[in-house]
Design a protein around this ligand. Structure first.
Ligand SMILES: C[S@@+](CC[C@H](N)C(=O)[O-])C[C@H]1O[C@@H](n2cnc3c(N)ncnc32)[C@H](O)[C@@H]1O
Length: 442
């Protein structure tokens, strides 16, 4: 049966993410594709309600727990999900009056065969609506809806003020950023194409090919996008291929490439010369890279399914540049994927740092003497970042490569020992770490 009620669709998305552990952005994107027939405003409502509920979950649970004898963790999954998404509407969305939110929640509970608990749902939500003006939370972990251990870790690394700036940034809306493929068209031509569709583009202050855009409906309907003249990329992530110093004729190996952000950038920088080999762990991941390559029309890229932990003798010392943009805890992109903060445990960080070292050991062997290893992650965790960069210097035949001069002027002061940790809420981008190393010539 086809569903048309955006709340019911959101309920199913949230159940899959919160109760079955599926990835938020994947489940949401699949649902938006499945329910393409819905009006634009219903699709936006589903997106906002899903993302908002995940983003504010810790605060929503704290608010519900104030007014419910049964605490959220003890509730039936269906009831707790209905309450969480309704609490989000009551506390953070103006579009629907609270009374209507309560009625819709009661209807949903009955429809999902929880007739007996519909009174409970009604009672908790009506109390929340009545008392919401008095709700106050002193605990910053609740206020910023972020696990306490993350906040404490950033507090001890960067101080309380910066830790809170980082956490607060994840709750803010940010425009989409794109990088122009200037081997396909000039910046001026791409800006003109965007302007002709009424799309506003603002420089990000990072690379002069990276802009934030607004005023479009579907990205797929933006001419510069479907013609492959631009690709979605955070300004921080676009620094990776840039700092690697890729030059015409280079062989570039991108060992963890999906969905292809840095591969596409490398191909663009090569301007039809040289070669990029893009690898990732599964056929599915490689298919994402291939879709992007097809859209952007780059012919100098080959793809290969390969587990980066395993050394591939065929590529030994063949690459001028190895891009090691490794799987990580993703703490820098919580603003885009809020379920990361709900899923990740502190213990996972150590395991990820070890996985990264395993991959770096194999990756280092592909770099030619004098060639470059660019290590990057989208996280804010010293074990995965600074400590791994130090580990590379101690254990692999590399020395640091100078990146300061290639960084945008505004970031140069924060570059330490030729590596940089970009902080969300402070540098105006995702949390991202970059360090470049040159292989010793013996
Ligand atoms: C941070 S993402 C890469 C993003 C990509 N470089 C870009 O710019 O679009 C990390 C990637 O590592 C891949 N990955 C995880 N474990 C891997 C392994 N053992 N071998 C190869 N790829 C792996 C994941 O599938 C994921 O696509």
């Amino acid at each position: 049966m086809t569903k048309t009620d955006p709340r019911e669709i959101t309920l199913d998305i949230l159940l899959e993410v919160l109760e079955e552990g599926r990835l938020g952005h994947l489940v949401l994107n699949q649902a938006l594709l499945k329910y393409q027939y819905l009006e634009k405003q219903d699709r936006s409502f589903i997106t906002k309600l899903t993302e908002g509920t995940l983003e504010r979950l810790i605060l929503l649970d704290a608010a519900l727990d104030r007014f419910s004898k049964t605490k959220t963790e003890k509730m039936k999954p269906m009831i707790r999900t209905i309450l969480r998404m309704s609490a989000y509407q009551i506390l953070f969305m103006d579009r629907v009056p609270d009374a209507a939110v309560c009625n819709e929640a009661v209807k949903l509970a009955k429809k999902r065969k929880f007739q007996g608990l519909s009174g409970f749902v009604n009672g908790v939500l009506r109390t929340l609506s009545r008392e919401k003006g008095k709700l106050e939370f002193t605990d910053p972990s609740v206020r910023f809806s972020i696990p306490g251990w993350m906040l404490s870790m950033w507090e001890s690394d960067y101080g309380k003020e910066k830790a809170e700036q980082i956490a607060a940034s994840f709750l803010k809306e940010r425009p989409l950023t794109v990088r122009f493929n200037t081997s396909r068209a000039s910046v001026e031509e791409i800006l003109k194409s965007l302007e002709s569709q009424g799309i506003a583009a603002e420089p990000t202050g990072f690379l002069d090919t990276v802009y934030s855009i607004s005023g479009y409906d579907h990205l797929e309907a933006v001419e510069a996008f479907y013609e492959g003249l631009m690709t979605v990329q955070d300004p921080s992530s676009a620094l990776a291929a840039h700092l690697a110093g890729i030059k015409a004729g280079d062989t570039v190996l991108d060992i963890c490439s999906a969905p292809g952000g840095k591969t596409l950038h490398a191909a663009d920088l090569l301007k039809g010369t040289g070669r990029v080999e893009a690898r990732d762990l599964t056929e599915y991941k490689i298919s994402l890279v291939e879709q992007n390559l097809f859209r952007c029309g780059f012919a100098n890229v080959e793809t290969k399914v390969w587990d980066a932990r395993i050394f591939d003798p065929e590529m030994e010392e063949k690459a001028d540049v190895v891009l090691a943009d490794l799987p990580c805890s993703g703490l820098g992109i919580i603003g885009k994927k809020p379920d990361i903060k709900l899923r990740l445990k502190k213990e996972d960080l150590g395991e990820l740092a070890s996985l990264q070292r395993e991959i770096l050991s194999a990756a280092s062997r592909y770099v030619k003497p004098g060639g470059t290893l660019l290590y990057s992650t989208c996280t804010v965790d010293r074990a995965e970042n600074e400590e791994n960069a130090a580990w590379i210097l101690e254990n692999l035949p590399f020395h640091k490569k100078d990146i300061t001069g290639r960084l945008p002027g505004s970031l140069q002061a924060d570059c330490r020992e030729n590596q940089i940790q970009l902080l969300p809420g402070i540098h105006g981008c995702d949390g991202f770490f970059l360090a470049a190393f040159e292989k010793n010539r013996e």
